[in-house]
Design a protein around this ligand. Structure first.
Ligand SMILES: Cc1cc2nc3c(=O)[nH]c(=O)nc-3n(C[C@H](O)[C@H](O)[C@H](O)COP(=O)(O)OP(=O)(O)OC[C@H]3O[C@@H](n4cnc5c(N)ncnc54)[C@H](O)[C@@H]3O)c2cc1C
Length: 382
């Protein structure tokens, strides 16, 4: 970057009320909440990539709030109260998405979601054993009776093989993550938020009422409040934080005429996920086949996971169809010792909203509202 002109200094690089680091779903939803609440404030989002470069534009695009086996598993790992809390956050997030964006803007596909099970698997046993209990709890949150229903007959019509049971969830949907991020960008920019890309924040120093932000460009920033929305990459700025970066890998096939499956699908506790994307099959996951190798911020796909996903498709999803793969990619999620996101005030003027545990599509609007409350000095409503 050459020397900065007075014009640039007094516009692009002028002191800001709020600086948000990261322009993924969480950073952009946070910017939206804050600018709607304080239209007069100067808000800038700093993004290290020339487009968002984490999980938000590299995911599978399920607006999910949990499959039956995942929710039962969550009770064991995080307790019943937190499991319901997380479900409610995701459900409210889906409502928020639909309030702000129409189906066309974000390619919202309301075809519903499913969990597939193999014969008598442990996942099936625990899901069917807890079905009524799950549905009662979900009715309290969503108002929908019998949200999860057994729908085994559909397995054959979807063309699947090797699964024995199917549970449907009519409230789950899919989005086009790229169009969704673009729509969010358009919205925040139209409201006056500045989004600057290709700027990596290296560190920051808090001094009195100001925060000084050092970047990899020859320009630094000053603000009154700083919000970290850096998800899996937060450790670089906050080494102590309980976050583990986890790679998720995906591929998409070319068009498969008559692809029968419709909706979003989960298998094996959510470790495999697939959907029909305009008659192309999108599949991702299999991280559990190489946990250590997939604990990384490197986005490159690997032979072992891609081969496993291909074998899974041949075995279960397209057993009698030849297909070719047009696109492969990886993205990075943030996991930790627990699944609830970290929405926290770190010091007088610094906040973070991170660790979306692989479900940030639906969570983002809700955690953004929570962190905006914190930044306004309002305690988070539980
Ligand atoms: C393969 C895959 C599939 C997934 N599928 C789904 C799904 O179907 N449904 C679902 O709900 N969730 C899914 N997820 C998870 C979901 O995408 C994330 O939870 C969500 O996108 C997190 O949003 P975020 O804004 O917190 O993080 P990110 O999108 O990762 O955004 C963080 C941003 O911060 C930027 N950044 C980081 N450090 C700095 C810095 N120092 N300076 C400047 N910028 C910085 C990054 O470049 C990045 O753009 C999936 C994730 C992956 C990888």
């Amino acid at each position: 970057m050459p020397q900065i002109s007075i014009w640039e200094k007094e516009s692009f690089f002028a002191p800001q009320d709020v600086i948000i680091i990261g322009s993924g779903f969480v950073g952009l939803w946070s910017a939206l909440q804050l600018i709607l609440q304080h239209p007069q404030k100067k808000i800038t989002v700093l993004e290290r990539g020339f487009i968002p470069t984490g999980a938000s534009t590299r995911n599978a695009g399920f607006s999910c709030f949990g499959s039956p086996s995942e929710l039962v598993e969550d009770v064991a790992s995080m307790g019943e109260t937190n499991m319901w809390k997380l479900v409610e956050m995701r459900y409210k997030g889906i409502l928020e998405i639909r309030k702000y964006f129409n189906n066309i803007e974000i390619d919202y596909d309301a075809s519903g979601g499913y969990e597939c099970f193999t014969k008598d698997s442990a996942d099936w046993q625990k899901s069917i054993a807890n079905l009524d209990w799950l549905n009662n709890g979900l009715e309290d949150i969503t108002g929908e009776k019998n949200l999860f229903t057994v729908d085994n007959e559909k397995l054959a019509s979807f063309g699947f093989e090797g699964f024995e049971h199917l549970m449907a969830n009519k409230l789950e949907g899919g989005v086009h993550s790229g169009k969704f991020v673009q729509a969010l960008l358009r919205k925040v920019q139209s409201l006056g938020v500045q989004v600057l890309t290709n700027i990596e924040v290296l560190d920051y120093v808090e001094s009195g009422l100001h925060i000084f932000i050092h970047t990899n460009q020859s320009v630094d920033f000053t603000c009154s409040q700083l919000l970290l929305c850096t998800n899996a990459f937060t450790k670089k700025l906050l080494p102590q934080i309980d976050i583990k970066p986890c790679r998720g890998q995906v591929f998409v096939t070319d068009a498969i005429p008559g692809l029968a499956m419709k909706g979003t699908f989960h298998f094996d506790n959510g470790y495999y996920y697939f959907r029909n994307l305009n008659d192309r099959l999108l599949i991702g996951g299999a991280r559990n086949k190489a946990f250590d190798a997939e604990t990384t911020t490197d986005m490159q796909t690997t032979e072992i996971i891609q081969a496993e996903l291909e074998a899974f498709v041949c075995r279960h999803l397209l057993p009698h169809t030849t297909f070719s793969i047009t696109d492969r990619w990886g993205g990075i999620m943030a996991m930790g010792s627990e699944k609830l996101p970290i929405v926290q005030q770190l010091s007088d003027h610094v906040f973070c909203c991170v660790r979306m545990s692989g479900m940030g599509v639906a969570l983002a609007p809700v955690v953004a509202a929570q962190v905006a409350d914190l930044m306004n000095g309002v305690a988070i409503k539980s």
